[in-house]
Design a protein around this ligand. Structure first.
Ligand code: NAP
Length: 282
């Protein structure tokens, strides 16, 4: 079974659009997402464009603030302070990565955590690890939704995550743990990685290396979630961290790249923006 994140995201966005269509009458306005793009990295430009398109589909107001890569940290923090103080802004997202002269951690921590739609603010991260209400990071949230829609019973399963980044590996491990999986976190220093991954009932791969996971690293019937977004060095086309063609026949469930985790990440960003908006109305 191939889970189409694209189709699932499309149906969830339709449901959100129907809900948002009632907001003008109920609350006098619609949710407003502010996205800050620093520089012109083609990957970042494409992500920001995707977020604006999804906002339009759902009926969320989107303001994209574009600044050159030469912007100072102080100036960027000033923009965030203005957005924090603006009651008409519900969500603030700073597209990462930022240029090297800017401290990303400082910038993320400067965002009002009630407007932190990415779920990267230290307060949201702490709340996640303490099982308190919080804004969940979009990619891990989307992964759990996909597993549930595919009917995967996570409880008691042996889940292996490759990668331990703050934005994917760590939080998805925590969400799988919260779903009562037995979670193994692996990384670049893990010994005998293939031996560990081949025992996984659920394998989540977030490394950033094209087709790194080969068929011999995956057990028969495993559920495989591919987070990676890479260029295939041979074809130049987008591909994941998993060798899809070789693994799809032996996996029980697998996500494609493109059209898998990526669209669900943007869909969850829309959901988080609506959640932040609604919390302010309560
Ligand atoms: P990252 O911050 O670069 O982290 C990569 C992780 O992979 C690190 O923990 C690293 O281990 C581990 N790793 C690297 N080489 C390895 C190896 N040979 N064996 C085992 N582990 C290895 O990357 P990220 O931000 O998590 O992103 C990962 C991928 O997902 C990228 O392709 C990114 O573009 C993609 N992504 C996609 C979405 C989406 O919505 N589809 C969202 C976010 C990210 P160490 O910690 O030991 O260095």
């Amino acid at each position: 079974m191939i889970i189409s994140g694209k189709e699932l995201a499309s149906s969830l966005k339709q449901q959100m659009a129907a809900e948002v269509a009632t907001f003008e009458e109920r609350y006098g306005r619609v949710p407003h997402l502010a996205v800050i793009l620093v520089g012109e990295d083609p990957g970042s430009v494409s992500y920001v464009t995707g977020k604006a398109k999804a906002s339009a589909e759902v009926g969320i107001k989107n303001t994209t603030i574009r600044r050159p890569a030469t912007i100072s940290e102080e100036e960027l923090l000033g923009i965030i302070a203005e957005l924090n103080a603006d009651d008409a802004v519900d969500g603030i997202l700073v597209q990462l990565p930022l240029p090297k002269h800017i401290d990303s951690d400082k910038v993320i921590a400067a965002i009002d955590c009630s407007k932190d739609v990415d779920g990267f603010h230290p307060m949201n991260v702490a709340a996640l690890w303490q099982k308190q209400p919080c804004v969940l990071p979009c990619t891990p949230k989307g992964i759990i939704k996909m597993l549930k829609v595919a009917g995967v019973d996570i409880a008691g399963k042996n889940a292996v995550v490759i990668g331990r980044s703050n934005i994917v590996g760590l939080p998805v491990s925590k969400l799988l743990l919260d779903e009562n999986a037995t979670v193994t976190m692996t990384h670049s220093r893990t010994k005998n990685l293939g031996e560990v991954t081949s025992k996984a009932d659920i394998l989540v791969v977030a490394i950033g290396r094209p087709k790194f996971v080969t068929a011999d690293m995956v057990g028969d019937g495993a559920v495989v979630i591919d987070v990676g977004v890479n260029r295939d060095p041979e074809t130049g086309k987008l591909c994941g961290d998993v060798d899809f063609a070789a693994i799809e026949p032996k996996a029980s469930v697998i996500t494609p790249v493109p059209g898998g985790v990526g669209p669900m990440t943007i869909c969850c960003l829309m959901e988080n923006t609506i959640e932040c908006f609604l919390k302010k109305q309560a």
